[in-house]
Design a protein around this ligand. Sequence first.
Ligand code: ATR
Length: 280
Amino acid sequence: MTNISANTRLAGVIGWPIGHSKSPLIHNYWARKYQIDAAYGVFAVPPGRMPEAVRGLAALGLAGANITVPHKEAALVGADHPDALATRIGAANTLVVRPDGTIAATNTDVFGFIENLRQGAPDWQAAAGPALVVGAGGAARAVIVGLLDAGVGQILLTNRTLVRAEGLAAEFGPRMKVLEWSQRHAAVADANLIVNTTAAGMHGQPHLDLDLNAIQPAALVTDIVYTPLETPLLADARKRGVMTVDGLGMLLHQARPSFKAWFGILPDVDDHLRALVLAA
Ligand code: ATR
């Protein structure tokens, strides 16, 4: 644990509930590794109190904060300077207090998702074929923006509740193609990349019901769920000889630009950090 003094730069994660966040482990590890006099805590902020919490960051002299469920939309609204990316996604996961006390907002989930894919599967080519995205919640928005910006030609989007997928497709434009939930198994055959953005497959949740029988041998499968590290979807893909990328890296990589924005150094994801977070 850092020795906290009046000079220590402080940041933290804001959410509700927030008990299981791994972010303190990640950022405090980096503070030690790079010998930065910084510390990162946890702020349980109930729904409705985000406007006060956002203002409070500057009043308390914090460097900034990460924002998680359910406050990412409120963080965007409450910030003075939301950037274009966060605005496009409709959610902010990082707030930065500027020297004049105003609050900038950005979203590093896109970076986390794409960087994890690039490191886990360096041969993956965005333009090589359509991506099948399962789910249409908040996490899907960052994944879709990341894939569009990476140059994916077509996103096949499917969601249990069709209308949510249709809403995202209308928002994100002509490269989006909505498939009914019943079409998801057949769509597997067309996809060069398959992404689960739903909570299905997480400990305590049902498995994702997606039949990989028709999957292309050269396809790539990734999951934003990282508890367990190998979800049933990823295990199924691996048994078929298909390449997979787990979701832990997205969590670790999304933290990097936040740390840089507050403390000035873009940190690395190393094996020690992965092990530390896995063991927690
Ligand atoms: P988040 O912000 O984490 O993405 P969310 O906005 O609640 O959370 O969205 C959760 C997503 O997971 C939704 O796409 C949801 O489908 P619905 O829109 O039909 O609710 C999806 N989801 C959750 N559990 C699922 C399951 N067991 N099978 C399929 N989809 C599931």
